[in-house]
Design a protein around this ligand. Structure first.
Ligand code: MD3
Ligand code: FE
Length: 217
């Protein structure tokens, strides 16, 4: 804390915050690169387009998804898994753009995870009304590796629960440019996204894009 010329208290806006055990929020960390990240995301989805996948229970997801990197997360009637091939194109997922990998590795290092090398990036697209119900991410091989998420476009409300689905949840607002590193005790917590509110973002219009970086294989 410092006193300025007029004697008023100035608190530093935290740019690195331990929100909850294992959760490091790097607010607006991706802002300077936002247009380049959106352009790179477009280059991926021009090859492997966004699609609404079906859950093992037979529900079509409201979130549209694509992937890049060595592994892509997919779901269909047979289950959830990582696959090297895009089932829609029959080809490997597009390579991870350098600007994605650099951001994910740097953010993980800033949160205390040295040498994070993601081999999978799931790209989620939310339009107004789209949501992701409470779930755990457990298709990855090594839960000691963190997950890095990057929010772009319209704001969303993230729900963060406990180790059991019924545990109480806290709500965390996620804004354009926010980067969050989820590791350690947070890694297997239940989480989800509340239905996206409508809006018009200068860069992305009526959408939210979330990049989720993982070490899958
Ligand atoms: C906390 N995506 O793709 S990102 C997902 O905004 C997913 O699209 C949400 O949950 C989204 O699986 C949330 C933040 C996130 C991602 C993975 C986590 C938080 C996490 C894994 C464990 C704990
Ligand atoms: Fe998740």
């Amino acid at each position: 804390m410092t006193l300025d010329l007029f004697g008023s208290v100035q608190r530093k806006v935290p740019e690195h915050e331990d929100l909850l055990p294992g959760v490091v929020v790097l607010r607006r960390r991706a802002l300077a690169d936002d247009a380049a990240l959106v352009a790179a995301s477009h280059s991926v989805t021009s090859i492997s387009p966004f699609r609404h996948m079906v859950t093992p229970g037979g529900f079509t997801m409201s979130v549209a998804m694509s992937n890049c990197g060595e592994w892509g997360w997919v779901t269909d009637r047979t289950g959830y898994r990582y696959d090297r091939l895009d089932p829609q194109t029959g080809k490997p997922w597009p390579p991870m753009p350098a600007i994605f990998e650099t951001l994910a590795t740097e953010a993980a290092a800033e949160a205390g995870f040295a040498n994070f090398t993601p081999d999978a990036c799931l790209i989620n697209r939310y339009e107004p009304g789209a949501r992701m119900s409470l779930h755990q991410d457990r298709n990855e091989r090594d839960f000691s590796q963190p997950i890095v998420s990057v929010s772009l476009g319209l704001p969303a409300v993230f729900q963060f629960g406990g180790d059991q689905r019924a545990d109480k949840t806290v709500r965390v607002p996620l804004a354009h440019g926010d980067v969050i590193v989820w590791g350690g005790p947070a890694r297997l917590r239940f989480h989800g996204i509340l239905p996206l509110k409508r809006g018009d973002h200068p860069l992305l219009g009526a959408q939210r894009i979330n990049l989720t970086f993982r070490r899958a294989g």
